[in-house]
Design a protein around this ligand. Sequence first.
Ligand code: SAM
Length: 296
Amino acid sequence: MDSRSLVMHQAMLADRTRLRAYDDALAKVVRPGDVVVDVGAGLLVLGMMALRHGAGHVYAIEGDPVTAAVAARIADDNGLSGKLTVIRGDARAVDLPEQANVIVAELMGNIGPEEEMPEILAAVAKRVLAPGGRVVPERLTTTLTAIEFDDEGWGIWSGDSLGYRLDVVQEHAEPTAHLHFFQRLPTKLSAAVPIGDSLLGVTPHGVSTSPRKLRITRPGTLHAVMGSFTATLAPGITLSNFPSYPGSNWGVWIWPLQHTRVDVGDVLRAQVHLPEGVRVATDWRLDCGIARRELS
Ligand SMILES: C[S@@+](CC[C@H](N)C(=O)[O-])C[C@H]1O[C@@H](n2cnc3c(N)ncnc32)[C@H](O)[C@@H]1O
């Protein structure tokens, strides 16, 4: 296991809020004796939770060969070999000896679908999910929100920050996104507007590239557009990367804009462009324009 992937798994396992939400969801969803498929099983934490909540057998599918080998050792070391089968391969192409009652996966990227969770779970469900089977998470939503920072992040390039004029830097804003981990919450200047909404295991919808209207609901200085996700793990149990929480392994995507005064009733038109075949949001462009006090 290379050190990058080791640190990635370490950050995911140290994200206690993430683990608690999955544990609560699996406690609700798994029934005694269920067959569970853990898709993108990593180091088996979700499959082991499913066993604790009564699963009869877990098939843990992992695409990375080294991670799959480490996972097999972990299953052995914990005496799980009779109850948990590690399968190495791309989950979209794996056949199982029996149908599953539950699919569980944590493949959420920082904006939601960029790790292809909607496509992967739709393909797995089609192959192995029994009629009436359940998927954890059941839904994945991606939203855009207009925000104002304080002097954290892009807000530092205001005219009076640090006692000097640094605002020329705003002219160098690019329409591509960067990953941001908040220390303090920004001010939301609009509601969160959906650009993606997938029922997992059913509709493999990614992010919509049609223009969206972000209505300004609070006066302020527009600094950026933020992209974030919410996963509904089970009814009443959600996991989101905004607002961020201590120990979160997710950031949000920030598209920086020239600082612009906005008022209630203004409308920011935002449109995401996804270059063909590009998964990572760093290269997703955002085009924006403002309409002043547009009537609804
Ligand atoms: C975000 S990690 C989650 C690991 C673990 N389930 C957890 O919650 O800690 C995603 C894992 O899915 C694996 N993966 C991604 N796409 C996959 C695919 N199509 N088939 C099988 N495994 C995949 C990756 O190698 C990685 O180990």
